[in-house]
Design a protein around this ligand. Structure first.
Ligand code: HEC
Ligand code: HEC
Ligand code: HEC
Ligand code: HEC
Ligand code: HEC
Length: 177
């Protein structure tokens, strides 16, 4: 008798486990659309290596401008703090060293960029608790940064509505008449 009861309990436990797993399977990654791929960049720079594996904080490279509007994209010289000695036989790192030597700006292809008639401040948003992820997605796990979030007017508006921030045209546009 005891044996049979044990078997029944095992079977029931099995069914429970199996059912508990089903919703997870239904939401498995293969069911979602393929992740967008970012533009080809002049140097193959990987956030996966630097932000995820090396655990460098975002702010280590993206230093806030004095106004707080923009976050800098680092110059080659800054990268050379490490790459003077690290991974120097890698052809991509050699390209980087060339830029640093000539002192020229690396022509990164921009991914998130607003038209000039829109005003935006990183500082204002970060101070109100917005995280990098809220607006740029999981950059640390992207091999090449892609535009995965909506920074169109509708995208800005939908968060402003939820957070009770201003929807006034003048908040984001310098309107002249
Ligand atoms: C509320 C949304 C929002 C948050 C939060 C946010 N960003 Fe941005 N980010 C933007 C938008 C919009 C742009 C485009 C700005 C432009 O073109 O003027 C941008 C541009 C950038 C750029 C390009 C340079 C620049 O400033 O234009 C970098 C780098 C960047 N963000 C990194 C970050 C990092 C790192 C964080 C977290 C510390 C962060 N962002 C948080 C919306 C956001
Ligand atoms: C704190 C040190 C550090 C800084 C700062 C740094 N890197 Fe790196 N980088 C590394 C390390 C470590 C590796 C991995 C080497 C390896 O895996 O063999 C790497 C790898 C690379 C690679 C080769 C990746 C590949 O997939 O082939 C490139 C290109 C690169 N970095 C570019 C840059 C650029 C551009 C900057 C500046 C924006 C930068 N790095 C800043 C430490 C750094
Ligand atoms: C080692 C330096 C380094 C670190 C650390 C780093 N980034 Fe970057 N980031 C770069 C460089 C270089 C670029 C320009 C090339 C590119 O787009 O991949 C860039 C580009 C970006 C852009 C696209 C800007 C645009 O509009 O073109 C965003 C957004 C961004 N980073 C967010 C982040 C976030 C969020 C983190 C932390 C999770 C982070 N970065 C950590 C160096 C870094
Ligand atoms: C993650 C949510 C979120 C997103 C996305 C977002 N905002 Fe905001 N925004 C806020 C919050 C919260 C405030 C602060 C409201 C307050 O001051 O009480 C704010 C404030 C502002 C301000 C006023 C800053 C000041 O000087 O007082 C401007 C301008 C602005 N946002 C522009 C934008 C633009 C442009 C976009 C889209 C590219 C955008 N926001 C996307 C949440 C967001
Ligand atoms: C929270 C920020 C925000 C507010 C508030 C806002 N806009 Fe915009 N607006 C944007 C952004 C961001 C763009 C750029 C869209 C793009 O890059 O495609 C834009 C673009 C536009 C454009 C250019 C055409 C287009 O659709 O791209 C017009 C016209 C415009 N806005 C009018 C308005 C008017 C009128 C209001 C008030 C009812 C307003 N906006 C309020 C953020 C805002």
């Amino acid at each position: 008798m005891l044996r049979i009861r044990e078997v029944i309990i095992l079977v029931l436990a099995g069914i429970t486990l199996c059912c508990a797993r089903m919703p997870a399977q239904a939401g498995a990654p293969q069911a979602t659309a393929p992740a967008p791929v970012g533009p080809e960049q002049p140097i193959h720079f990987s956030h996966m290596v630097h932000a995820d594996q090396l655990k460098l904080p975002c702010e280590y490279c993206h230093v806030m401008s004095r106004s707080g509007d923009t976050l800098a994209i680092p110059r080659a010289g800054m990268c050379m703090q490490c790459h003077q000695t690290m991974d120097t036989s890698n052809p991509e790192v050699q390209k980087l060293a060339q830029y640093a030597k000539s002192g020229s700006f690396i022509p990164w292809v921009r991914v998130y960029e607003l038209p000039s008639f829109v005003s935006f401040s990183h500082k204002e948003h970060i101070e109100h608790g917005a995280t990098c992820q809220d607006c740029h997605g999981d950059v640390a796990h992207e091999e090449r940064v892609a535009k995965v979030t909506d920074i169109s007017m509708a995208g800005c508006m939908s968060c402003h509505r939820v957070k009770h921030a201003s929807l006034d045209c003048n908040t984001c546009h310098f309107l002249q008449q």
